[in-house]
Design a protein around this ligand. Structure first.
Ligand code: GMT
Length: 380
């Protein structure tokens, strides 16, 4: 099949999922055309069957804002014509589902053959951005008009129905990892770099885009409670608007020397593999791809019991979930795994087993293929 994937190229779960999906689809014999502003983060080495089409959005003195929606829709039309796309797969509804809808209208005008549109909802495109009254009507319309819609969790499907009053069917296709690559690596040198030579010092990690929804202040508060009870270091991976606040909090709480902030990194597996516990106290998380990455490396996750996280982590079995306000409880769970190597191992093994059994590319990518086959076979 010829598939056009529209995604954000910047660091972020939706772009990572779209990129990994495209890579696996190409390995399974499809022709995959990424359409984005830059080469997608994590695209990696050249792979047969993968193409990249850059969206350029020219500026003009009359415009106060670049016209991204128009240039994107225009590029989708060109790629669809040149490459005879069967399916346009929009990852993240805003504005990608709308661009796909526009492109399909253009291609189908005058009775032309138009590709089918599949939209995958990722989370903030519904819970934060799409439900904002400035975007709501258009986002809901674009979702209704897609030929198929998928959401990354049951929780996100329910939020979409509730917040956008969407009435069409939405299939749940969870996020996934290539489990042949996503596994624990042995990285003693890296661990020593962060923790020094003391074998008792534990490494706590947080990976995100450092936006307010991630509650970085809670990460810092939880770590403050942990480091008073266990010798520990905090590894912050990623960048975003809340990072300076995190560094200020570390100084004010007196543990700046225990924090390593390494910025946005393409290769997170070695960093995840060197950690003992992952903190994710988000206010909202439709799935929690970073948690899944930590779990694949056998790292216990301590997270908020919000959104889709309870579909990923079973409390007390493959990680720990607490109400977002329960910082003491999150610290308590983290201290328990940091102090008890046997518990850490048991939870870590259950976590990596869960990823392999429920969230592997082998299990999930065929769900997308079935979705594409369904829309292509269906009469419009
Ligand atoms: O909010 C973000 O962190 C970015 C956003 C994105 O662009 O990818 O993340 C959302 O999509 C991810 C991939 O499906 C999910 O794993 C994240 O849980 C989701 N974020 C939120 O719901 C806050």
């Amino acid at each position: 099949m010829n598939i056009g994937i529209i995604c954000y190229a910047s660091v972020g779960g939706s772009g990572i999922v779209a990129t990994e999906l495209g890579k696996v689809l190409a390995r399974r014999g499809h022709q995959v055309h990424f359409i984005s502003t830059e080469t997608p983060f994590r695209l990696g080495e050249f792979q047969a069957g993968l193409y990249f089409h850059q969206v350029l959005t020219p500026t003009y003195p009359l415009f106060r804002e670049p016209q991204y929606l128009l240039s994107l829709a225009n590029k989708v039309v060109q790629v669809a014509r040149d490459s005879q796309l069967d399916v346009i797969h929009a990852h993240y509804a805003v504005p990608h589902a709308t661009a796909a809808f526009l492109a399909r209208q253009v291609l189908g005008a005058n009775g032309g053959a138009a590709p089918r549109v599949v939209t995958t909802l990722h989370g903030t495109d519904i819970t934060l951005v799409g439900s904002d009254s400035s975007y709501r009507e258009i986002v809901a319309f674009s979702i209704e008009q897609s030929d198929a819609v998928t959401a990354v969790s049951d929780s996100l499907r329910a939020s979409t129905v509730e917040q956008l009053a969407v009435s069409r069917p939405i299939d749940v296709i969870p996020n996934f990892l290539d489990v042949s690559v996503h596994r624990r690596l042995e990285v003693p040198d890296l661990r020593r770099r962060f923790c020094g030579d003391d074998p008792e010092t534990r490494l706590v990690i947080h990976v995100s885009n450092f936006r307010p929804v991630k509650r970085i202040d809670a990460v810092m508060e939880i770590f403050d409670r942990i480091r008073r009870r266990v010798p520990a270091r905090l590894l912050l991976v990623g960048d975003g608007p809340e990072l300076p606040m995190a560094q200020r909090m570390a100084r004010e709480l007196g543990f700046a020397s225990l924090v390593h902030a390494v910025g946005a990194q393409e290769e997170v597996l070695p960093l995840m593999s060197s950690a003992d516990v992952f903190l994710l106290p988000s206010a909202q998380e439709s799935f929690g791809l970073a948690a899944l990455e930590a779990m694949s490396c056998g790292v216990p996750v301590v997270a908020s019991a919000v959104g889709g996280l309870p579909e990923v982590i079973e409390h007390g079995v493959s990680g720990f979930l607490h109400p977002p306000a329960a910082l003491d409880d999150m610290a308590e769970s983290a201290v328990a795994v940091l102090r008890d190597p046997e518990l850490r191992c048991r939870i870590g093994e259950a976590a990596s087993r869960r990823v392999r059994e429920r969230f592997s590319a082998e299990r999930v990518v065929p769900m997308y293929e079935a979705c594409y086959a369904g829309v292509v076979a269906r009469d419009r």
